[in-house]
Design a protein around this ligand. Structure first.
Ligand SMILES: [Fe+2]
Length: 140
């Protein structure tokens, strides 16, 4: 199911929240591209946009986590790497089997739904770490 960006997903860091909102948009564009059977070129373009956007976004997060000496950096980076592996598999299946409702749902699952889970489980942790650091408390 398509879900719109909502403040519920905010981690309280404006630049990253804005990127997450755009990540949702890229996920929706990919889903709709597959579902509307826009053709191979359009789907390949939507995947490549999603990959580039995720790459830029993950780099922003990585720089931010390093700046704040976030202790969970390595685990977090592993999750980002896993995202790209799922996207590669999806692209591969799209090339072999062509667009379908099933592949559109899978695309939404590995992009939009993955992001929602990743925000609440992982991104929230570094946000809490930074907030604790700023308030002078011992970081989590
Ligand atoms: Fe992340």
């Amino acid at each position: 199911m398509l879900k719109n960006w909502s403040d519920v997903y905010s981690i309280g860091i404006a630049e990253i929240d804005e990127q997450h909102r755009r990540f949702f948009e890229a996920a929706h564009r990919l889903y709709e591209g597959i579902l509307d059977r826009e053709g191979r070129a359009a789907v390949v373009e939507a995947i490549s946009f999603m990959r580039d956007y995720a790459n830029r976004h993950f780099q922003t997060e990585e720089v931010f986590m390093r700046e704040h000496d976030y202790p969970g950096l390595k685990d977090h980076l592993r999750q980002h790497a896993a995202f790209f592996r799922c996207l590669d598999e999806l692209e591969n299946d799209l090339m072999i089997f062509g667009p379908s409702q099933d592949l559109a749902e899978r695309a939404l699952d590995i992009t939009q739904d993955w992001l929602i889970e990743h925000i609440s489980d992982e991104d929230m942790l570094y946000s809490l770490h930074v907030k604790a650091e700023r308030s002078g408390a011992t970081p989590a």
